[in-house]
Design a binder for this molecule. Structure first.
Ligand SMILES: Cc1cc2nc3c(=O)[nH]c(=O)nc-3n(C[C@H](O)[C@H](O)[C@H](O)COP(=O)(O)O)c2cc1C
Length: 194
């Protein structure tokens, strides 16, 4: 294998692509599609999103310090793309996509009912890094769709058919290759044939 060196850029793919919801203090809300999102810390649970200041949603998040991360699925792929190419300055994205607002428990931003997982967040810090501001935030609550809870109380995220974003393209998850720690689990001894 031989590699070509490129100038510095963003090539950390694939990534989850999420729909972030926010609201202002006058009762307006909005949805923005975000791929620059990440986990910051397990305990306390913290996440980050990177948003350009020119986005309509940026001011809502900066002013209120609140947002909701809504995970996306194959069924929501079209709406996810739409919310990433249209601005809330020009359209009501809930109306145009047919997505449903649901009141969150701890923040003023709405959750998206059709999303299997909605994560309520409160900003700890907003930092200007250049093209993007990074908002690091505490997770206040996680809401999961009961339809994907199995009889043992395990949440089956794969059944919701989440999507990823990779170098300009959306994909489903594909087949499972293993589970956490499978590489060091003892292999069952095969019964030797006599
Ligand atoms: C797949 C995808 C990922 C995106 N990721 C980001 C992101 O991480 N940060 C950002 O500021 N904009 C991102 N965008 C662009 C915004 O979603 C887009 O500019 C949107 O129209 C802004 O909406 P708003 O003006 O209503 O806030 C992404 C768009 C797409 C399609």
């Amino acid at each position: 294998m031989s590699k070509i060196e490129w100038k510095p850029g963003n090539m950390l793919y694939p990534l989850p692509v999420v729909m972030v919801t926010a609201a202002d203090d006058e009762g307006h809300d909005n949805i923005i599609t975000v791929a620059w999102a990440g986990t910051v810390c397990t305990n306390p649970p913290m996440v980050s999103i990177s948003i350009r200041p020119e986005r309509h949603t940026w001011k809502m998040i900066r002013d209120t310090g609140e947002f909701v991360i809504n995970l996306t699925t194959e069924k929501l792929a079209y709406a996810t793309d739409y919310c990433g190419v249209k601005s809330g300055r020009d359209v009501d994205k809930f109306l145009e996509t047919g997505l449903t607002r649901e009141a969150a428990a701890h923040v003023g931003a709405p959750m998206i009912k059709e999303s299997p997982v909605s994560i309520e967040c409160r900003v700890r810090e907003g930092k200007d890094y250049g093209s993007h501001w990074v908002f690091t935030a505490d997770v206040l609550a996680v809401h999961v769709d009961k339809d994907y809870m199995d009889e043992k109380g395990k949440f089956d995220l794969a059944a919701a058919r989440p999507i990823v974003y990779s170098h300009g393209e959306y994909y489903g998850l594909g087949k499972q290759l293993g589970t956490f720690g499978y590489s060091i689990k003892k292999r069952r001894k095969k019964k030797q044939k006599k």
